[in-house]
Write a protein that binds this ligand. Structure first.
Ligand code: AMP
Length: 214
């Protein structure tokens, strides 16, 4: 078993800041971040087979079927031995498949960071979320605004709101999170891997809690 390294999972409801923090941590540790949401959004944008299969689930705030996601993560991890997962696993089946896949390589998950944000805050945060359609950088007009009005700092594209960030779809995503993904907390807790990270405050404040927890 490989003892060194970082194989980190970000868990938490939509809008908890997983993507933003995973990106920061990826730069800090110098390891790859794999965001299944980003991969799927890009596939939808490019109209690939994967995108065509995923689109209708994503628009409704439902989960893309496990068999598709398991294949996708296997390909995304490839030969990486250190990585940060943002948005995967989201079901028990995905978590078990990930374990199997890692154990075949003598690897295991090292940390599970559970981002904790109250439901009321999620809805307000998501309504202020904007994303760059080109490089996928995530902003929040209140907590993490772009330097210039609703334009991406990195590539100058006009920021947009995610289609699935409408209030109605967010409510469904929260329901799906509670039903399918929240049980994973227990799955990893019995192994002593879970660290709860208070998700409120600025991205810098939250990031400091993460580096302390690691
Ligand atoms: P996210 O950007 O993580 O909020 O993901 C956006 C959407 O992509 C989700 O609402 C799901 O429809 C889909 N998705 C992302 N990751 C997964 C996953 N691990 N399993 C199933 N569906 C996923």
């Amino acid at each position: 078993m490989e003892r060194n390294g970082y194989r980190i999972i970000f868990l938490g409801p939509p809008g908890a800041g997983k993507g933003t923090q995973a990106e920061k941590l990826s730069r800090y540790l110098g390891i790859k971040k794999i965001s299944t949401g980003d991969i799927l959004r890009e596939a939808v944008h490019n109209g690939t087979d994967l995108g065509k299969k995923a689109k209708e689930y994503m628009e409704k705030g439902e989960l893309v079927p496990d068999d598709i996601m398991i294949g996708l993560i296997e390909e995304a991890i490839g030969s990486e031995r250190n990585f940060i997962l943002d948005g995967f696993p989201r079901t028990l089946k995905q978590a078990e498949s990930l374990d199997d896949m890692l154990s075949r390589k003598n690897l295991y998950i090292t940390h599970v960071l559970l981002m904790n944000v109250p439901d009321e805050e999620i809805i307000t945060r998501i309504s202020k979320r904007r994303i760059c359609p080109k490089c996928q950088t995530v902003y929040n007009l209140v907590y993490n605004p772009p330097k210039n009005d609703e334009v991406c700092d990195r590539c100058g594209e006009k920021l947009v709101q995610r289609k699935d960030d409408s209030e109605e779809v967010v409510k469904n995503r929260l329901r799906v999170y509670k039903e399918s993904t929240q049980p994973l907390v227990g799955f990893y807790e019995v192994r002593g891997l879970v660290k709860v990270i208070e998700g409120s405050g600025t991205p810098e404040e939250v990031f400091k809690r993460i580096t302390e927890a690691l």
